[in-house]
Structure formats: C-alpha cells, structure tokens
Design a protein around this ligand. Structure first.
Ligand code: NHX
Ligand code: ZN
Length: 354
C-alpha cells in the first residue's frame, strides 16, 4: 500500500460485497492490488465450518456434520452458525441433554421455510387443495429424471406457505443444464397443474411457484443461451450484486422486436413445462390421489414413506449414475418420541441468540 514505508510490515486488508462499483483508483498496483474472492463454502467447507460452530456443544452421537452439510447447500458461514444456534435453542426448549438430529432438522426447516404455524385453522376443503398442490409438485419431481429427489412433503403451514415440498440436492453444483431446468420448471408448475387436473380450477396459492418458473425460463432465454430460436446471445445487462446473487435492475439493450421474441420463447418454455407436468400427473393420477390422502391423514410424508408409493419406478440417479435414494436418518424431521427428563443441564445457546 502506497504511503507506508516499505519496511513497516503493515498489510492493509479490506472487504466488500460490491467490488464492481469500487473506484478503480483504489485497485491500482501499489494500492489494494490483490483480490481474494471468498465464495460461499462448498460441501467440504460447510463440514469444516459446522465442526467449528459445534465444538464444545453437547451433540448427540447421531449428528454427522457431513450429513448436515449435505442438507445445507448455499448456506454461508453465518447461516451455518445460525443453524447450530437455532438447533441448540430448540434442544434447550425441549429439555434435551444433547442437540439431536430432530433439532437440527427443525432448525434447517425454520431457516429455509420459516417457523411452523400450527395455529392457522384450515378447512377440510382447503386442506384437500393444499394436499393436491403439494402432491403435484412431489409426483412431478419424483418422476422427471432431472429433478432433485423429494425429501419431504407437508401441508403444515410454515412462514408464508400453507404447504411445501422439500427437495434435497445431493451434491454441490456449479453447472446446470437446460434439460435440468426444463424438469425443474415442470416441477415448479406441478402444484398448479395438479389443482387444475383434479379440481378443474386453480387458486392464488401458486403465485410464488409461477414467479420462480417464469424467472427461470426468462434467464434461460436471456442469459444462458438455452433457446434455440434466440441463440447464444445475452439480452439485457443485469445490474446485480454479484457476490450477493441479488439482482438490482436490468438495462435493456435490445429492440422491441427482440423483446417480443424473448417473451414468446419464455412462454414456450413455460407451456412445455406445464404440459409435461400435466402429462406426468395424468399418468400417475392414482399416486397423486394416494399421496394427497396420506397428506390429509398425516400432514407430513417423509422420503421413506414417499418412496413406497414409487417402489416400481427406478430410483433417481445423479450425473454419475449413482442412485439418489435419500440416506435413511436424513429426513426424520418431527420427533414423535416423548421428551426425556433433563438429567443434565440443557445445552445453552450461544450469546448471539436472537
Ligand atoms: C395467502 N399463502 O397468502 C396464503 C397464506 C398453494 C397450497 N393467502 O407453492 O402457501 O397462498 O408448494 C415464499 C414462499 C406467497 C413466498 C412461499 C409468497 C407463498 C406455497 C402464497 C401452497 N407450495 N402460497 C407453494 C402457498 C399462500 C405465497 C411466498 C410463498 C399453496 C403455496 C402462499
Ligand atoms: Zn407450490
């Protein structure tokens, strides 16, 4: 760094989430001239970070950091610290001597989907709609080869959602393919498609699914060259906080004619996804109805029970042809076992507890 004597042995380090908007003068040689990019941790990184944050905490013997890391793709170090802390709070609240898998699973779900809202009173008619909607996602995701395996389906309200279907990505991925996205769009539309197939009517509930599917389809066309008609061109310039993965606006750099073509291609992707979702659900309507009944009766269906409905289908495989049957023990979310009396002091959450 200019301005210091060459022998002062001072290293100046700074951090930013917006390296894209820094004054280039700051980055001239002799100033901040090295850039070290700190990405979100990969699986190995998450295992290491989880080991740091669980150190000194009374963990149940069943806790496997590898297993937790696999269920938390995309989590930052702070997210992982929060996960451990939330699990510790839950264990304390449940008068547990140790933090168990049930607490970690509940903490994971709270972080991903929000806290459970058991107090919401939902009529039987709405329960059936929710069950068919979630069943629709789950069946499409199970049957289409490139969707992530289903870990859990539930009609228990959490956060903003009346129900949800949890997929479990089995590996960290840096690249995703067009056919994967096509299956993913069909999976996202599976809820709405099931409502229409079974009731001949649809509800407002699918708004978030439709938004996600449309965003994905648009990015396929405008960013990733995945529309044959549009070719491998980038349309528009996204202003985004690259390191936060958050978009803050778009500059349009194409004509009205091209805008129309983009819209048409996005529509084709969505319509194809919807048709595939509907075909899949029509073919597997018996399973859809069975799953919906199970959801109405039990509220939550975990991967093992879910897979029983599909025993005659080949298990899902990942890119390397490795079977993607969910690991037993990964998906035990609720803990129906009665709580043991506290024989030892319960683990105390760290001071950063909210
Ligand atoms: C409402 N919520 O707002 C009610 C309470 C179709 C069975 N009147 O697609 O719950 O309708 O597969 C993030 C996540 C809005 C942001 C979910 C914003 C959901 C969720 C609307 C299930 N599961 N929709 C789903 C749902 C709703 C909503 C969200 C969000 C339903 C559906 C919410
Ligand atoms: Zn949905």
């Amino acid at each position: 760094m200019d301005g210091f004597d060459t022998n002062t042995n001072v290293i100046v380090v700074a951090a930013t989430n917006r390296p894209d908007v820094l004054d280039p003068a700051l980055l001239r040689p002799g100033r901040f001239d090295r850039q070290v990019i700190l990405d979100r941790p990969d699986l190995r990184g998450r295992v290491a970070i989880l080991k740091v944050h669980t150190k000194g905490k009374p963990l149940d013997k069943t806790i496997d950091p590898e297993n937790l890391a696999r269920q938390s793709p995309g989590f930052s170090g702070a997210d992982l610290a929060n996960l451990v802390n939330e699990a510790a709070i839950l264990a304390a609240r449940r008068n547990r001597k140790t933090i168990g898998m049930a607490e970690f699973n509940e903490a994971l779900e709270r972080i991903v989907a929000g806290p459970e809202r058991k107090s919401r009173i939902i009529s039987d008619a709405e329960k059936r709609i929710i069950a068919i909607h979630e069943g629709g996602h789950a069946v499409v995701q199970r049957v289409l080869p490139k969707c992530d395996p289903v870990n859990k389906v539930t009609i228990i309200s959490r956060g903003m959602a009346l129900g949800y279907t949890m997929a479990l990505p089995m590996e960290d991925r840096y690249l995703q393919s067009k056919t994967e996205f096509e299956d993913k769009i069909a999976g996202l539309l599976g809820g709405n498609a099931a409502e229409r197939l079974i009731f001949g009517d649809t509800t407002t509930g699918a708004s978030n699914d439709i938004e996600k599917a449309t965003d994905l389809a648009r990015r396929m066309v405008t960013e990733w060259g995945m529309s044959d008609k549009m070719g491998p061109l980038a349309f528009g310039k996204r202003d985004e906080m690259i390191f936060l993965g958050r978009e803050i606006g778009e500059q349009r750099n194409y004509s009205d004619d091209v805008a129309k073509m983009i819209d048409e291609e996005v529509r084709v992707l969505i319509e194809n996804g919807y048709v595939r979702a509907t075909q899949t659900l029509t073919e597997h309507k018996v399973r859809l109805l069975a799953l919906a009944d199970k959801l109405i009766a039990e509220e939550t269906v975990e991967s093992e029970e879910f897979e029983k409905l599909f025993a005659d289908l080949p298990p899902k495989e990942n890119l390397h042809g490795i079977s993607l049957l969910p690991t037993p023990g990964v998906s035990t979310f609720s803990d129906p076992t009665p709580h043991e009396p506290p024989a030892a002091p319960a683990p105390s959450p760290s001071p950063s507890a909210p």
